[in-house]
Design a protein around this ligand. Structure first.
Ligand code: OOB
Length: 562
């Protein structure tokens, strides 16, 4: 029987014809994300699934811990349809928490460890989260205290779960809940009718977004498993794969492209690193025999610089076959150096939390691997490159990328107004990326028309930063742009015109962002003052002109494109 396409409240479903076609084609298999560890636990229970600084975890243990935590969360009152804010660094509890939530139909909202009160309170509100899962103190920041402040202010938040030893009396120790019972051989697969439907939202990713508030991206069990499985197949993942996660696993790229979930699907081993710092990452690669990892261009560049400066040893990378690079523009010059520099094959990945993934493939000619961002993952991905009038442009010409497909969402969660702009009535997602397509189907990212800053792969929403700055009495007009940066690709530059007689320094901006408890990567790193900001004929800030004026101040020719 075909399962009903039940739209989780607030999330736009695929039209029934499309959903039926994806099911008939075997793209959506009616499976559940939380069952993933059992696929291999049943076949080869002792095989290592996961390694972090606490040591290895076998597939059987992963499955049992997932089920124990699923039971524990349910015992604390979490029910199918609830959402939970998850803010954990790369450690085993993150993987178990995501799988355990998915097992009982509770959707985790994947926040980043860098997020602070500003972001988390907004996410908790938008998602109406019932609980929050945090790491205690992480990198000298007390996430547990933050979580309790959120609970005090939110009408929905009821519980704080802490990975590690909690310090607050009302926190629940998550790591204890995830301990399998005294009879680990006994499977605890009783789901008491709470099992989700494969068409339910399995988890929420965050959008880089172009509006002042974060948008939640609901990914269903069907679509996200399709994303991870097809990615694992396209990238040749198998039981021998040892995948190193150095990027924060709350991001789609290291989570499921193929990432952690693709590796677990393939029966490989996931290694979770706390950071992308070269020496620690290289040690993991050597000790675990890592075969593949995912980096943003800034990380790849840092690794190469560490080798060139003799701070890290290329011999550590002997087992590394592939370095995936994506999340931000990778210039062909750096792209050419990565393979030889890291003694491996480069794979470019162009993707988005909303769905579409493009990969260069192993059998692509080298020139395509260094000069393109790959071609779509699936033959079912529908891609259009359109001009300003919405009409398709010929191959080789730049236009906005529109996409639809079996793992590309049809709408953001509870955002009907924004959805009317971001999606066409026919369901195309307007990516805001400007690309050109080659006859081979490979895409070349040329720039973007969306108003965000891509700071080393972390997306900074210009409007969100502008809204914060607008609250300052000195400020007449504020606009945020990305300025080119050799390390991160772009940095956040704040352009301001002041009210008469007012003064403003970058220090005051930093204080504002600290006081408002905003993630540090969003804090402007440069301040440029103008008597008046340039305007377009319709009276909006002309950001293109602004970028040119800042480039001129730097004594450089104006940057093109974005
Ligand atoms: C990935 O996902 P998000 O949601 O953080 O950001 C998506 C945006 C894209 O729309 C594009 O503007 C940019 O990031 N982007 C790239 C890129 N990959 C992503 N821009 C230039 N070159 C690339 N290779 O960033 C993401 C999700 C899954 C896999 C990989 C990256």
């Amino acid at each position: 029987m075909t399962p009903l396409t039940v739209a989780p409240p607030g999330t736009a479903p695929w039209p029934p014809e499309a959903a039926d076609a994806y099911r008939s084609a075997g793209l959506w298999q009616g499976r559940l994300l939380g069952d993933l560890p059992w696929q291999w636990a049943d076949r080869d229970p002792d095989r290592t699934a996961l390694v972090d600084e606490h040591g290895p975890i076998s597939y059987a243990e992963l499955a049992l811990r997932t089920d124990a935590l699923a039971d524990g969360l349910a015992a604390h009152g979490l029910l199918r349809g609830d959402t939970v804010l998850v803010q954990l660094p790369n450690r085993w509890e993150l993987v178990v928490a995501v799988l355990a939530c998915a097992r009982i139909g509770v959707a985790p909202v994947l926040a980043l460890p860098a997020h602070r009160e500003h972001e988390l309170s907004e996410l908790a509100r938008t998602a109406r989260a019932a609980a929050v899962i945090v790491p205690g103190v992480w990198r000298e920041y007390d996430h547990e205290a933050l979580a309790h402040r959120l609970v005090d202010r939110s009408p929905w938040l009821r519980r704080v779960f802490v990975a590690g030893a909690p310090r607050h009396p009302d926190s629940v120790p998550l790591s204890d809940l995830a301990r399998p019972g005294p009879a680990p051989a006994e499977r605890r697969r009783r789901l008491d009718g709470s099992a989700p439907d494969p068409a339910d939202v399995a988890l929420f990713l965050l959008s880089g977004g172009t509006t002042g508030t974060p948008k939640l991206i609901g990914r269903t069990h069907d679509d996200y498993l399709c994303n991870a499985r097809l990615s694992a197949e396209a990238c040749g993942f198998g039981p021998d794969t040892v995948y190193l996660a150095v990027l924060p696993v709350g991001h789609n790229f290291p989570l499921a492209c193929p990432g952690v979930l693709g590796t677990l699907h393939a029966g490989g081993r996931v290694v979770l690193a706390r950071s992308a710092e070269p020496r620690a990452a290289f040690r993991w690669i050597r000790e675990q025999g890592v075969t593949v990892t995912a980096a943003v261009p800034a990380v790849a560049q840092r690794w190469m610089a560490a080798i060139e400066r003799g701070e890290a040893d290329r011999a550590d990378l002997a087992t590394l076959r592939t370095v995936q690079v994506g999340g931000a523009p990778l210039g062909p010059e750096l792209a050419r150096r990565i393979g030889p520099g890291l003694d491996c094959r480069l794979q470019q990945v162009f993707g988005m939390a909303e769905g579409l993934l493009c990969y260069t493939r192993d059998d692509d000619p080298d020139e395509l691997v260094v000069t393109t961002q790959g071609r779509p993952l699936s033959a079912w991905d529908e891609v259009r490159v359109v001009g300003a009038d919405g009409a398709a442009v010929p191959d080789g010409r730049a236009g906005e990328l529109w996409v639809r497909g079996p793992y590309t969402i049809r709408g953001y969660h509870r955002a009907p107004e924004h959805n009317r702009r971001a999606f066409t009535p026919e369901g195309w997602y307007r990516t805001g990326d400007v690309v050109s397509r080659l006859p081979s189907g490979h895409l070349v990212v040329q720039g973007r028309i969306k108003d965000l800053i891509n700071r080393g792969g972390e997306k900074v929403n210009a409007k969100e930063v502008e809204n914060l700055v607008d609250s300052l009495p000195q400020v007449h007009q504020a606009a945020v742009i990305g300025v080119p940066d050799p390390e991160l690709g772009e940095r956040v530059c704040l352009c301001v015109s002041l009210n008469p007689g007012a003064a403003l320094t970058l220090g005051e901006i930093r204080t504002l962002f600290r006081d408002r408890r905003v993630a540090r990567y969003k804090t402007p790193e440069r301040l440029e003052l103008f008597p008046a900001l340039p305007l377009t004929p319709v009276g909006k800030t002309d950001k293109k002109a602004l970028r040119e004026q800042v480039a001129v101040r730097d004594g450089q020719p104006a940057s093109s494109g974005t």
